[in-house]
Design a protein around this ligand. Sequence first.
Ligand code: GLN
Length: 276
Amino acid sequence: MDLRAALHQGTDLLAGSTTPEPRLTAEVLLCHALKRERVFLYSHPEHELSTVEWIHYGRYLYERMQGKPTQYITRTQEWYGRNFRVTPAVLIPRPETEHVVEIALEVARGARTVLDIGTGSGALAVTLALELGARAVATDVSLEALRVAQWNADALGGRVDFVCCDLASGVSGFFDLIVSNPPYIPEREIATLQREVRDFEPHVALLGGETGTELYGRIISQAQGLLRPGGWLIFEIGYQGEAAVRQGLSDGPWSRVETGYDLAGLPRVLRARYAP
Ligand code: GLN
């Protein structure tokens, strides 16, 4: 079978199983099977698939049709201009989370020390370490996630130390910036999530207790012992979480509490300055 036919068949199979963007997905999976860039598909449409390439492609198509996210098949996600390794042990980094980096670069450009609480793939910690030229510490409760994050830090070159602990319970020292994209989906909403998310992404990275905002309160109180005066706390929040997280900040020594919105116009990033 040549590439043109393989693409055609893959696209039809994916479309038949109502996979979104069937053509693009078939291209990405075929490239992964061939270990080639996308341009190869168009410059060599007559290339005959070897048996091994054909078997791999077939398996990837099957996995995708079962709902496995493409990124878990290719093991990679481009995020803030860099390729991050992802496995089912970590949440696939979302474009919305890039807003956390944007806000950090806006308000905390001078930060030399950064703490990322619940780092997952390490996307925030590694990106901030590189963009700010800072030293980062990143935590996760999942050792498997930290292995992925460490892999990314090694591959991309950020100066990041990892600590396996619940939120920031195992961290000491003082930081100029603390970021976190904690799990924030209310438990009762699990059934309403897309099957790709619900059945394949780690629930420990998604579910934030009954209301979805349980972890923010704990992070806010831990941050007060870990931020230098004048340092920033920047959260990603769920679209229903803004009021509760703001409430959690209202009793403490926080100033300049501001919400940032994502491209869909939803509250997405909440920042606050530690002003004891
Ligand atoms: N944004 C993710 C989702 O909607 C959730 C991320 C999180 O819980 N921190 O699937």
